[in-house]
Design a binder for this molecule. Structure first.
Ligand SMILES: Cc1cc2nc3c(=O)[nH]c(=O)nc-3n(C[C@H](O)[C@H](O)[C@H](O)COP(=O)(O)OP(=O)(O)OC[C@H]3O[C@@H](n4cnc5c(N)ncnc54)[C@H](O)[C@@H]3O)c2cc1C
Length: 472
């Protein structure tokens, strides 16, 4: 079955090149081969034009907060992608732009010989900016395909204000969209001689052995070290999924809110960089659950409903995505009423970054971010709520959370990042009882965490990690 037209948008009216050497897929967010609608659509076009398929993937040194952690994770994915593309007969050019003085026009050079360009539809960060800017300049058809969501983003024609409105719509649509991607067999195999000579010399060859060297040669922030927990790539993502199915899914409903029990999937970095697709995870979970008579609803609620609500928000919030102005009126009103409330504890962004607060649970959560590049979902809510409580203004709290995610979170810069950070300020939530600083926004307390979770076990776990891995 061809890729559904509901996933596909043409963003310019440039004509297709007649004397072309290939069809180009620019892998910006879905850095994988398996279950990739955009790649499959590029293959459909390639076959219809009797052309081979070339995949271009880049990593530049000058995006905000580029650092060793993010670079290492992306580079770890490259050997997997290269091997898989080779096996299906597609070409692959990976280009690491190490210094700002290195060429910044590889996509345009490749486009000169391409029939058309297919890339990922994505509502935030650099891909959103590229997709707004490049179509007018590229000179060939610029086609974006949503391979991030199971139910394509553009099926929802308006902003949903809570999970309760989008849930029934998603559930109705799943029968149509929760189907494996059929990757067409490529009819014309790639030949290296097709690569334009002016780009051939720019290829970066990535192997597990040279990743550290490549990263150290980049002009990026070297103070943020690679995650102590996560290794990038489709293969690592697949191993995490298998472990989740075998050891964690049956405990998920009961224990996913107990951080010390490790019952969640830890897939968010892989989903963010597209090393695995939500569709592949959902299909595997459904099949495993059927076979083992498990109830996967809680997990699928997070993976599909909550995640796609975040994409829906990101798509409609546009330029307000990093702003409190994107919040519903009641949230902004309650914050205005409580802006001058006395804050018993105030920490600077740097004290917060250094996990130097009076609260041992919060410090542990921040240290988890510093070391692993993620925070367990349950304590992540507490982490955000406390930054709000301990910052002099709501705006500064928002800036601090976004900055920490930009720099340290392997799953940051994602629709989930902005949506969930704004959730701390009331997005997709409801009004609660009035209290200082929070007004009607939901409050979370240390005592509540202690009552509901094993704080001591988590703090102990992170302390042990900190002893060995604390940044020096
Ligand atoms: C302040 C704050 C900041 C957050 N920042 C991010 C972020 O930068 N990136 C990010 O992916 N998630 C973020 N989340 C949501 C959530 O905490 C993570 O998705 C989850 O902890 C990832 O761990 P996991 O993969 O083990 O999740 P699992 O529980 O195994 O869930 C599977 C997948 O479902 C999705 N998911 C889970 N919880 C949520 C949620 N509440 N909303 C939307 N999707 C969800 C994620 O894609 C996740 O990988 C944030 C939450 C808060 C409160």
């Amino acid at each position: 079955m061809p890729v559904s037209a509901d996933r596909i948008r043409l963003l310019n009216d440039a004509p297709a090149r007649q004397q072309a050497s290939y069809v180009l897929y620019w892998s910006q967010m879905n850095r994988r081969v398996a279950q990739n609608h955009a790649l499959a659509h590029a293959a459909e076009i390639a076959n219809s034009q009797h052309l081979p398929l070339l995949v271009y993937e880049g990593l530049t040194c000058d995006y905000p907060a580029a650092n060793d952690r993010l670079h290492t994770f992306v580079l770890e994915g490259v050997p997997d992608t290269a091997a898989e593309l080779r096996s299906i007969g597609a070409g692959y050019l990976f280009y690491l732009r190490s210094r700002p003085s290195d060429p910044n026009d590889v996509l345009y050079r490749l486009a000169r010989n391409a029939h058309s360009l297919v890339t990922d539809d994505y509502p935030v960060f650099i891909a959103a900016r590229h997709n707004a800017r490049v179509p007018a300049r590229i000179g060939i058809p610029y086609i974006v395909v949503d391979s991030s969501c199971i139910v394509p983003m553009y099926v929802h024609d308006k902003r949903n204000y809570g999970a309760y409105t989008i849930r029934p719509r998603i559930k109705r649509a799943l029968a149509k969209y929760m189907e494996p991607v059929e990757m067409p067999v490529l009819q014309r195999r790639w030949r290296e001689s097709l690569l334009p000579p002016e780009v051939a010399g720019l290829r970066t060859t990535v192997a597990n052995e040279n990743i550290a060297g490549l990263v150290s040669g980049c002009e990026i922030d070297h103070t943020v070290k690679p995650s102590i927990e996560y290794r990038g790539g489709a293969r690592a993502a697949g191993q995490r999924l298998t472990r989740f199915l075998e050891e964690r899914l049956y405990r998920y409903a009961r224990e996913s809110s107990q951080p010390s029990k490790h019952a969640t999937s830890n897939l968010s970095p892989y989903l963010h960089f597209g090393h695995i697709s939500a569709l592949e995870v959902a299909l595997a979970v459904r099949e495993h659950a059927e076979e083992h008579k498990l109830m996967p609803e809680e997990f699928l609620e997070e993976l599909i409903v909550r995640r796609e609500l975040a994409f829906n928000f990101a798509k409609f919030a546009g330029s307000l995505i990093e702003s409190l102005d994107a919040l519903p009126d009641w949230c902004r009103l309650t914050m205005t009423e409580h802006a001058a409330d006395k804050r018993p504890f105030i920490y600077t962004p740097d004290q917060i970054r250094q996990a130097a607060t009076h609260d041992e649970l919060w410090n542990a959560a921040q240290r988890e971010l510093l070391l692993r590049g993620t925070i367990h979902g349950y304590y992540r809510m507490y982490w955000g709520k406390k930054i709000m409580e301990w910052s002099p203004t709501y705006e500064e709290a928002l800036r601090t959370m976004l900055h920490l995610h930009d720099v340290y979170a392997l799953d940051g810069r994602d629709p989930n990042t902005y949506t969930n950070i704004l959730w701390c300020f009331g997005l997709h939530d409801r009004p609660w009882g009035e209290r200082p600083i929070f007004g009607k926004l939901r409050y979370m307390s240390f005592d509540g965490m202690k009552r509901k979770t094993d704080v001591a076990a988590y703090v102990d776990e992170i302390d042990q990690l900190w002893k060995f891995h604390a940044p020096r």
